[in-house]
Ligand binder design. Structure first.
Ligand SMILES: Cc1ncc(COP(=O)(O)O)c(C=O)c1O
Length: 368
């Protein structure tokens, strides 16, 4: 190798680049895309109106402090406005936290099937990523705590979790908080909060109110259907805000995104319709997939995870679905080679998916 060629710092080229959900199938004009946990109903018409209206102001910089959005989010969730940090998606909030907290040789701890975005920016800081076993694909508090050591700076947990769809109870989260040393940040990612219909789940906003080390993140990409605009936020302790605001670039959340996010949060009817759509289809998908003899767990997100016998069978199912114009997500890179994750789609998309999967399942040999 030419040693004079520019080279990134150690470890950067070892990071596996994030591969998003596919959106194209060769030869299929309009595939059904159920691979990225997007909102089947799209976004609010009011958000589109606000986006359109923002056109006239595109020559302006956005409000760098997202004041109008901040006030609306704070009022909606009953939070203190100054404790919010906005990001270009919640992904960027994770990156800020990692950037501000991690030095080379530090580590983050998360579940073995945890969301990949936490890891990428941690590795970019030359930190180590410690993955705790998830027996039965659920984050286990003991397993997370077992990995915490004196170089641990952040513990990440998504609740509900992607791609498993499992969740942790408020008692478990409280136990994690109680047993974690107070100088370690605990990030609770609630990207799928609005789709939960479980009495054994609660948002951690309340717990975060008087905690010095808890950050709760939310996104506009899921329930609000604004994945393309990239808006998320973290509810942080004041000293964490002070750190993140020093590294956040001035105009990270763009002007039409701020306008559309405000309108989306004010459209209660669209929020409720989006939630109800998932609450209607999710159990239906689970029930019908189980009736095919396949293993699918209850999920608290806008998706379900289907387990096949092994990675080969999951790959064949994926290929078969693609041949029918359906794109789902083979989640091998989440440590689940035997599983496919399927987002709740529109009515006709879900039916097309169930028809195709039924056909595939009929061809499977029964277990011996
Ligand atoms: C668990 C989890 N957290 C966060 C996000 C990303 O959110 P954003 O689009 O706000 O970056 C996702 C997106 O798929 C997710 O699954």
């Amino acid at each position: 190798m030419d040693t004079t060629a520019p080279a990134p710092k150690a470890g950067i080229l070892d990071i596996a680049a994030y591969v998003g959900g596919k959106s194209k199938i060769e030869g299929v004009a309009e595939p059904i895309k159920l691979s990225s946990n997007e909102n089947a109903l799209g976004c609010s018409a009011k958000a589109i109106e606000a986006f359109e209206a923002a056109k006239a102001k595109l020559f302006r910089y956005p409000d760098g402090h997202a004041n109008a959005l901040r006030e609306v989010v704070a009022a909606y969730h009953g939070l203190e406005a100054e404790r919010l940090v906005f990001g270009n998606g919640s992904d960027e909030v994770f990156a800020f936290l990692n950037q501000a907290w991690l030095e080379a040789g530090d580590n983050i701890v998360t579940g073995e099937h945890g969301f990949l975005a936490y890891r990428i920016s941690a590795l970019a800081c030359q930190a180590e990523v410690k993955l705790a076993p998830e027996p039965d694909q659920r984050v286990e508090i003991d397993a997370l705590l077992d990995l915490v050591d004196d170089r641990t700076k952040i513990v990440y947990i998504s609740n509900p979790a992607n791609p498993t769809g499992t969740w942790n109870t408020p008692e478990e989260i409280a136990e994690l908080r109680a047993r974690l040393a107070p100088h370690i940040l605990l990030v609770i990612d609630e990207a799928y909060a609005e789709f939960v219909d479980e009495p054994s789940w609660a948002s951690a906003f309340d717990m975060a109110k008087d905690a010095d080390n808890i950050i709760v993140t939310r996104t506009f990409s899921k329930i609000h259907g604004l994945a393309g605009l990239r808006v998320g936020f973290g509810y942080c302790p004041t000293p964490v805000v002070a750190a993140l605001e020093r590294i956040r670039l001035p105009f990270n959340v763009n002007l039409p995104a701020q306008a559309a996010a405000i309108a989306a949060l004010q459209d209660a009817a669209h929020i409720e319709a989006s939630r109800q759509h998932v609450l209607t289809w999710r159990p239906r998908l689970v029930q019908e997939i189980r009736a095919m003899g396949l293993d699918v767990r209850n999920s608290a997100g806008n998706f379900v995870l289907i387990h096949f016998r092994d990675g080969d069978e999951a790959a064949r199912a994926n290929e078969f679905l693609m041949s029918k114009g359906l794109i789902v997500r083979h989640v091998a890179n989440y440590g689940l080679p035997q599983a496919l994750r399927v987002t709740v789609g529109k009515d006709h998309e879900n039916r097309a998916f169930l028809d195709a999967l039924t056909e595939f399942a009929k061809g499977l040999k029964p277990e011996v």
